[in-house]
Write a protein that binds this ligand. Structure first.
Ligand code: ARG
Length: 569
């Protein structure tokens, strides 16, 4: 498809001394229509050229060669050079590209590059909570979007299946195992044991000591401890899978923390040799003061046990060797900012090539706040995610029953709408923002929600049905799509690939969610202002084809976010 930005950047690069890529990056999209479709700001040039931005813009304008079939007008406004693209060409290009709709916006820019995404990662024997949902949803969206752009992506579920809490669980199970039915209801029952043993540890130093020893025994391969650990892990995974089935989550690797149990001694040795590992109160730590991090990174506890950090360091080493990554992303809540700062610094002492240690990135996100406040496992007040998803589905079903009592397969539609609503809500805003989870907002069909996108999609379907199908693209006259509402839609559709690239630049799926809302709103305006089903058959064909294009963009875009479309609702 024609690349207006590159055309403009290429022309500008012939008359100023900045390279084309940089120019392309600085090109903006003006908000209103009066300032054209693209704008090149001349403010940065003003410094180097020691001239007023407006004078520079004028000079560039006078010297560039513009093909009028592509760019119809160039204007200087303030320090900007504004470009107006040929709208008929734009329409023609977009419609043509839609001939291969399933591939729309796909790209090869990621070819040959490896991306590792560490996401979801719930903890064995603990509830899969709403924070893990956010990680799962954000991670899965990034996964799909990188893949769509041609990257080779590996999704890793770095399960929390190791650590001192297992020493506690083993002790609790040893003491009271027969009182709890962990086969029937593993997470609930193990959580109860965990709360009880934590209480016991507070009251009795000896029990705490036993717990610590259990974990040490587990690391040393003691058969009884290993067997129990395996049982906890299997039962928990079976329960997590119910959530993954609802969300449609898939992972390429399930190597959790335990996978690294035999890979940590290498890390300790390397750090020891590097001279970075120091003793402090019996523990082995790496001091990071000089990196501006006041809390040292603990590599080995005083009883010789490994830590969450050590396992992550072993994972970095393993992933560099196994996946040769060009980017390694970690999707967790911002509560773990310090942890990732620490391990990313310590990773630089592992003797790894800088090409790996420079591309480790913490993709952090805000808390999910329920009307009742924040949740914590230890106090046992967390909301279970499976319950939450099921509630979303039954609430969606109620709404659907009211709106469309005749609808067939209501259950499947309710599932798509309910789950889609929860997913969209997780991706609707900047990920670092805390999110309030409120049922009425999430499921509002008229709000900026998942159901609104689905509803708009379903509307495009029924328009097409009324028109008797999608016309052949070759018969569509793009001159008939030159009104302001059609142009607005065409410009949005044209931008799709660019939006996906922006998502990967910032690892921010909300850029795509916002975009889909914009598309849905623009379609709603188009629908209200233009008579689609028309006596003028040619006009109808053009409008129906645009409607079809909107539907495609919505379903591809929502699909990349992990949201499935109902065909009716
Ligand atoms: N299991 C951890 C938690 O629930 C998240 C793990 C994230 N990934 C990692 N490589 N540290 O908090």
């Amino acid at each position: 498809m024609i690349d207006f930005k590159s055309i403009i950047a290429n022309e500008i690069s012939k008359v100023v001394s900045i390279n084309q890529d940089e120019i392309k990056k600085s090109i903006e999209k003006p908000k209103g229509t009066e300032n054209g479709d693209y704008a090149f700001p001349c403010f940065r040039l003003a410094k180097t050229l020691k001239k007023a931005p407006q004078a520079i813009a004028t000079e560039i304008k006078e010297n560039i060669q513009i093909n009028e079939n592509e760019i119809t007008k160039v204007e200087v406004v303030g320090g900007y050079l504004n470009f107006f693209v040929n709208k008929e060409l734009l329409a023609k290009e977009v419609l043509q590209e839609m001939a291969n709709a399933e591939e729309y916006g796909k790209s090869a820019i990621g070819n040959g590059k490896n991306i590792v995404i560490d996401y979801s990662a719930p903890n064995i024997a603990k509830p899969f909570h709403i924070g893990h949902l956010r990680s799962t949803v954000i991670g899965a969206a990034l996964y799909k979007i990188y893949k769509y752009l041609g990257y080779n992506v590996t999704g890793i579920n770095h399960l929390g299946d190791y650590g001192t809490q297992f020493g506690k669980l083993i002790e609790g199970y040893k003491l009271w195992g027969n009182e709890y039915n962990i086969e029937e209801n593993p997470i609930d029952e193990l959580t109860k044991i965990y709360i009880r043993i934590n209480q016991a540890c507070k009251e009795d130093e000896q029990i705490l000591e036993n717990c610590r020893n259990n974990f040490k025994k587990l690391e040393d391969g003691d058969p009884y401890c290993v067997e129990l650990w395996q049982k906890f892990r299997e039962l928990s995974l079976k329960e997590f899978q119910k959530v993954y089935d609802l969300l449609g989550s898939k992972f390429d690797s399930w190597n959790g923390e335990a996978f690294y149990s035999d890979k940590m001694s290498e890390i300790v040795e390397i750090l020891e040799k590097s001279g970075k590992l120091i003793e402090s109160e019996g523990a082995k730590i790496v001091d990071l003061e000089d990196k501006g991090i006041n809390t040292p990174c603990i590599i080995e506890k005083s009883n010789g046990s490994s830590t969450y950090a050590t396992r992550d360091l072993a994972a970095i080493m393993y992933r560099a060797r196994t996946y040769d990554f060009d980017k390694a992303l970690y999707v967790t809540s911002y509560e773990q900012v310090l942890h990732f700062k620490q391990i990313f610094e310590v990773a630089k002492f592992l003797g790894l090539d800088e090409k790996y240690t420079n591309v480790l990135e913490h993709v952090s996100f805000g808390m999910v706040l329920l009307p009742t406040g924040k949740m914590s496992t230890r106090e046992g007040t967390s909301v279970k995610l499976l319950d939450l998803l099921n509630e979303a589905i039954s609430r969606a079903k109620l709404i659907i029953e009211q709106k469309n009592p005749e609808l067939e397969n209501k259950d499947e539609v309710a599932k798509r709408v309910g789950v889609g609503a929860v997913i969209f809500n997780d991706l609707a805003n900047n990920r670092v923002k805390d999110e309030i989870f409120d049922w009425d907002t999430i499921l509002n069909f008229q709000g900026e929600t998942g159901p609104y996108i689905q509803y708009t999609y379903v509307r495009t379907k029924s328009v097409i049905e009324k028109a008797g199908g999608v016309p052949q693209v070759s018969t569509v006259d793009s001159k008939l799509l030159q009104d302001e509402y059609s142009i607005k839609l065409l410009k949005l559709i044209y931008d799709f690939e660019d939006v996906l690239v922006q998502v990967t630049d910032k690892n921010e799926p909300s850029i795509l969610s916002r975009y889909l809302i914009d598309v849905a709103k623009a379609y709603s305006n188009f629908y209200n202002e233009n008579k689609i089903i028309n006596e003028d058959k040619e006009l109808q064909d053009a409008r129906v084809y645009l409607t079809y294009s909107v539907g495609k963009i919505l379903s591809i875009g929502a699909g990349l976010l992990g949201i499935e479309m109902p065909e009716r609702m």
